[in-house]
Write a protein that binds this ligand. Structure first.
Ligand code: SAH
Length: 267
């Protein structure tokens, strides 16, 4: 997708905040949107108008707040929309079968090609009321912990904005070449722990010093490469022990060689 069609789509993706109670949340929501490339923010009857808290939390996304129209009702805010989705923390008590945010984002993008699409978020205390949900064509539920399902308003806006951005950017990226050498998740249960690997790297560093491997060069570059090499190998705990054994023997040999050289100097 080229940049101008992406901008047009982004413009059609509208975030609607209904009856927001904490002005700070309006700012946080604007920031969440802007980080994900969205800019169309609409307010419906906020309990308190945007204030200093709003701008403090917006952290540079003030342009979205200044451009945000304020409507008296949700019906007016979504009158020109092709598709309207109500975001709800409640999974069971709603009539509409809720969509997963990823599915909702994919469909919202398709709909946004022909006109504005609204994602509607409710009040911090009570969410969207039944009449407001009835105005929506679909519901979205972020699959949160059923025992503690309500996200902070701006956090919910962030999740949906992120999904919209992923949908806009396309498929999951392939691992970059720079990922080479990053430790991949271990296949077996006995993978070495972080501390065991760090212990190995420390031992390796002292051994390389003891055998004068660096010969006056700084050890950083060699150690970086060796770390990458060993991380790529996905060592298990027994392999770490084996390498410690080799390092310990190398150190012992280096000590012996040093003692021999010392005694031959005395002779
Ligand atoms: N106590 C309210 C929750 C309000 S949280 C209730 O029970 O409905 C404020 C808004 O954030 C919600 O109206 C909703 O739009 C959004 N939100 C919070 N958690 C969410 C979730 N798990 N899935 C989808 N939207 C959520």
């Amino acid at each position: 997708m080229d940049a101008s069609s992406r901008t047009a789509l982004e413009h059609n993706l509208r975030i609607v905040l209904v009856g927001t109670q904490h002005p700070g949340n309006i700012g946080s929501a604007a920031r969440a949107m802007k980080t994900m490339g969205l800019s169309s923010l609409v307010l419906v009857a906020p309990e308190k108008a945007p204030d200093r808290d709003t701008h403090a939390m917006a952290a540079g996304a003030d342009d979205l707040i200044e451009a945000a129209p304020v409507f008296a009702s949700l019906a007016e805010a979504v009158a020109d929309c092709r598709w309207v989705l109500g975001c709800t923390a409640r999974n069971r008590r709603i009539q509409l079968e809720p969509l997963h945010p990823r599915v909702a984002a994919g469909r919202a993008l398709v709909a946004a090609a022909s006109g504005p699409v609204a994602l509607v978020f409710g009040r911090e205390r009570s969410g969207l009321d039944n009449a407001e949900m009835a105005l929506c064509n679909g519901a979205v539920h972020i699959p949160s912990n059923p025992e503690f399902s309500s996200l902070n308003l701006a956090a919910a806006v962030q999740v949906l904005s992120y999904e919209l951005r992923c949908a806009l950017l396309g498929d999951t990226p392939e691992p970059a070449a720079s990922d080479e050498g990053v430790r991949t998740p271990p296949p077996s249960g006995d993978a070495a722990t972080h501390a065991q690997l760090e212990g190995l790297f420390e031992h390796l560093a002292t051994t390389l010093d003891a055998i004068d491997f660096h010969k006056g060069r700084t050890p950083d570059s060699a150690m970086r490469k060796l770390r990458r090499l060993y991380l790529r190998a996905n060592l298990d705990a027994a392999e770490v022990r084996l390498l410690h054994g080799i390092l310990a023997d190398s150190e012992r040999m280096a000590r012996l060689a040093g003692q021999r050289a010392g005694s031959s100097e005395i002779l």
